[in-house]
Design a protein around this ligand. Sequence first.
Ligand code: MF3
Ligand code: CO
Length: 227
Amino acid sequence: PGVRLFELDAIAREYLEDGGGAPAFLGYRPSRHESPYPSTLCISVNDEVVHGIGIRDYELQEGDIVGLDIGVRYPAADGLFTDMAVTVPVGEVSSEARALIDTTRQSLDLAISMVAPGVWIHEIGREIQNFCEAKGYGVVRDLSGHGVGYKIHEDPVIVNFYDAKAPKVQLKEGMVICLEPMITAGSWKVKVDEDRWTVRTADRSLAAHFEHTIAVTAKGHDVLTQL
Ligand code: MF3
Ligand code: CO
């Protein structure tokens, strides 16, 4: 409580640049966007799902939940990319907020436990959806996990729900992917703020997001962003 979002962004940027890395989101411009992303961290508070802007003045309040998402290029000049996110409570939070955070983390752990060569990617999304919806939560559909490594976003798209229309892709040894469930305490529907970045639940319910970068290995998987 009392910390401002831009202070967190500055700490992250300094720490990672001192370590020889570069922010991957700062200046990033997805194809359908006219403006580059303005911060090192994506910081998403309460009903913000992802892509909240890290350089905002907002002062965190006791009871908030805050998603911290960071992409890194290492080494800075010509390195490879990783991407990870956590959602953490600010001080004491409601039991509802705590349960949402726990379920979202558990759904990522469940998804990671499935990763091995030969696994069908749509089965991972199906597990995340079944696990979270059984507890009454919503699974955001407009955003997804993805391949990662030479760029911050690579193929394949990895949705967190079962989509009968999606192409069927199998994991192979050597692939590096980001799994990132975005789970809500209400409806799965989201909208984008006027800042063109912040993705927020349409019904203003709380949202949580966890993400890891995972290599597919002969034996199964290796989580590259485990702290
Ligand atoms: N962290 C997001 C992801 O996992 C990407 C954010 S890109 C940004 O895919 F430019 F919006 F920051
Ligand atoms: Co990602």
